[in-house]
Write a protein that binds this ligand. Sequence first.
Ligand SMILES: [Ca+2]
Length: 357
Amino acid sequence: MPMSSQVAAVRKLSASAALTVAVSILLAQLALAAGKKVIIDTDPGTDDAMAIMLALNSPELDVRALTVVPGNVTAKQGLENALRMISLANRCDIPVAAGAQHPLFQKLITAEFWHGKNGLANIELPASKCKVDARYGPDLIIEMVHAAPHEITLVPVGPLTNIALAVEKDPSIVPLVKEVIIMGGSITGGNSTAAAEANIYNDPEAAQIVFQAGWPLTMVGLDVGDKTLLSKKYLDQLGQTHGPVNDFIHKVASYLVDLSAQFGSDGTPMYDPLAVGVAIDASLVKAPAMHVDVETRGEFSRGETVANRRNAIERNVLHGDRYIIEGLDKVEANAKVCVEVDADRFLQMFVSRLRGK
Ligand SMILES: [Ca+2]
C-alpha cells in the first residue's frame, strides 16, 4: 500500500473510532440525562426533607414517586409534608402516595421531639398545589417495578413497613428491583435504644422481611450517618445563596444544627440524605458484604440489625450431653453495610446541589 493510501486508511480508521467514541459519549450522556429511576419511601421528617430535595436536584436521579410511611410523624402529617415539599420544588409531575397507616405489629412511635411539631422543623410551607396520587403506596411500588423491570431503585428512608407490604403482596417484584438502598440500622449500637436504630425499631418485622427478601440491598446506617455531620461551615455556605428550596433547606438545617448543639454535637447527622447520596454515587462509602438479620425478639435488642462480619457461624453438633464444634458453616451475605464515608465530599455535593435552587 502506498504511503498516501496508508495515511488515508489510518485517517478513515481514526474518523470511525472518533465517531464510535462520540456515539458512546452521547449514549452515556443520554443515560445520565434519564437518570437512575428511584422511588423514595419516606416519613417526612427534617432529614427526609433534605434527602428529597437533594434527590430532586441531582441529575443522576430520576425520582419517579414518593411513597409515605408513618414514622417521624403520623401517616397523615407525613403525606401533607410530602405534598407541600413536592409543590415547593414545582414537581407536581411526581406522584405522591399514602401507604401504611401504622407498623405491621406494633404501635407507631413518632419523633416530633427531634423533627418539630409538624415534622418539618416547625416551618410552615405554603399549601400544596399538587394532589395526592390515589394509589396505595405499596401498590404503586409494585406497579412501577413491573412497568420498568430491573430499572427501579428503592430508597426507603423511614420504617420499612411499605416496602415489606409490597414484598408480601407481590414477591415477584424482588428480582425485578434494581437495588434497595436503606437508611436504617447500625452495627455499632442504636439511637432509639442501646441496640436499635429508629427506622428499624419502628417496625422490626417489616425490616426483617426487607433484609431477607433476596434483592441487592445496601444499608446506610446510623453509624455512617453519625460520621456525616453538616456543620456550621456548610450551613453558612448554603446561607449565602437563595431560592425557595435553598432557603427552606437552610432553615431546616439551621434548626437541626441548633438542636445538635444542644446535645453537644458540632453538626447534624445527614442520615437520610446520605442514603440518597449513595444512590447518586456509591463510591462515597465503603460497604463490605455481610449477612444481616433484624432482631424481632430480644429483651434488650429488639430492632437491632445483627450483622455477621465473618459470613460464617460455627457448626455445633450434639454428641451425648454436649455440643462439639465441628467446623464452620458459611452464611450468604444479604447486604452491603456502609462502614466508612467520605463525609466532606458528600457534604460539598449536598451544598452544591441545593445552592440557589
Ligand atoms: Ca426518614
